[in-house]
Design a protein around this ligand. Sequence first.
Ligand code: ZN
Length: 138
Amino acid sequence: MKSYREVLHFHLPSRRGLVNITHQVEQALRKSGIQEGLVLVNAMNITASVFINDDESGLHQDYEVWLEKLAPEKPYNQYRHNGYEDNGDAHLKRTIMGRETVVAVTEGKLDFGTWEQIFYFEFDGKREKRVLIKIIGE
Ligand code: ZN
């Protein structure tokens, strides 16, 4: 069995933001040379998510509105976590959107359903963040 590891680096200029990372994952898969296996993609920070859905701007705005209803950023003092930090909402949003995604690799390609794309979702940006890509197979 082969394995391949790569780390992507992010530093978003805003507190929240969505980045389509499908192309970077496909590039990593090509570099790995793996034809049959699995790709794991996970956020390495507890205030960011990796998830799969549609690359459609209306949906992306819907996520922002929906997440702000569930875990509004402000007022900061509504969260016990806040004090030294102000990112209580970001931890909750990350929990809702998930830590990682796994995609099957078939004949050297990401074996997606229709419209599936991989996204990095930042909830507490303006600092360095990382995403791990781990590919196993043969
Ligand atoms: Zn925190």
